[in-house]
Each structure stands twice: as C-alpha cells, then as structure tokens.
Design a protein around this ligand. Structure first.
Ligand code: 5GP
Length: 181
C-alpha cells in the first residue's frame, strides 16, 4: 500500500479548539441536571484525541470508557461491517450516556453501536461526532452534537488515520485517494 504524502490542512488546530469548546458548552448545558455522572464513551481508535479534548471542555462530573470498534480494516474503503474489538468496563444501565465518534460517514458505525448500547438500557443515550459527511450518509444515524460538517473527502489527523498513520497530526488534513467510494 502506497503511503500518501503528508496531507494539506483542512481544519487547523485553532479551529479544532473552537469547535471542541463549543461542543463542550452545548453538552454541559444539555446534561446539567443529570442525577449521576455522565458516562462518556469514546469509539477507538479514531475518537481518542477528540475525546481527550472534549471531556476537558465539559464542566460536569463525568466518567469515561471506551469501546473498540473496527470498520475499515487498514484501508480507506468501508466494508459496511462493524467488529467490536473491546467492550465497555462500565455498566451503563440507568446511566446518561454520551457516545463520542470521530467522524460519521455512511452512519453505519455510529448507528450500529448506538443500537447496541441502547439494548443495555441507559437512562439516556446521545451521540457526539467531531466531523460529519452528510453527503455520504446511507443510514439515518442519530447524531445529537456535530463539530463540523465536511465535504466527501478522506481526512486524517486529530485521531483519524490512513492505514494507522497520521493519527498524531494536530490538524485535520485531506488526502487524495483513488478508489475511495
Ligand atoms: P461510517 O460507518 O459512518 O461509514 O464510518 C465511520 C468510521 O469510518 C469512522 O469512525 C472512521 O473510523 C472511518 N472513516 C469514515 N470517514 C473517514 C475519513 O474521512 N477518514 C478517516 N480516517 N476515517 C474515516
């Protein structure tokens, strides 16, 4: 697999910071009357950096957990299949749960995971995505908080990878890939 060159910046670090701060304010307002700590669940691996920044912008008692999900393998093509690679350590029944996703593309991943978590009978369940590509939606996914909508492009950085690389970039960049849907 050829590694693309370092991507051109699409969303700079300063803009990311503003987006995350705004989401933190919205989420704080939404959950301010929660009876217990909010349970914030990040989808690994892509959401790990966004999740770390987001929880520091939520001004409420909260606990965190992670779900391991793999959808694309090591390619940029969606197989449409979701594999759970790591389950929660937290019992979410009766809890207020916020599922945190890096990017919603077809919507299959987030909606599949949301339904899986809903079966565990949380008190409430909402979804926050850093990025969304509305043009690419194939299922009617519930996303309650969206950082920013982007065009149909393959993006990396700020946790997002191409073949496991580029996750560490402090900005979101766009790479040109042939064969991407
Ligand atoms: P969906 O199931 O919504 O089609 O895809 C969601 C998952 O696919 C995301 O969690 C992410 O891992 C991956 N994905 C979708 N679009 C992109 C993209 O533009 N860049 C990267 N790096 N991953 C993406």
């Amino acid at each position: 697999m050829d590694m693309p060159e370092v991507p051109a910046c699409l969303i700079a670090a300063a803009e990311i910071h503003k987006i995350v701060r705004r989401l933190g304010v919205e989420i704080t307002a939404c959950y301010r009357h929660c009876p217990r700590e909010l349970v914030v669940i990040g989808l690994l691996k892509g959401a790990f950096i966004f999740m770390a920044d987001l929880v520091r912008q939520i001004d409420l008692p909260l606990v965190i957990d992670f779900l391991g999900v793999s959808s694309y393998g090591d390619t940029a093509l969606s197989s449409g299949e979701i594999h759970l690679t790591m389950d929660l350590a937290t019992d979410i029944s009766g809890r207020d749960v916020l599922l945190v996703e890096d990017i919603v593309d077809t919507g299959v991943t987030v909606e599949t995971v949301r339904r899986l978590l809903a079966q565990r009978q949380p008190r409430s369940l909402k979804v926050c995505a850093f990025l969304s590509k509305p043009e690419c939606r194939r299922v009617d996914a519930q996303v309650d908080f969206i950082g920013r909508e982007i065009e149909n492009a393959f993006v990396v950085g700020y946790g997002l990878d191409y073949a496991q690389s580029f996750r560490h970039l402090p900005f979101v960049g766009k790479i040109g890939l042939s064969g991407k849907k």
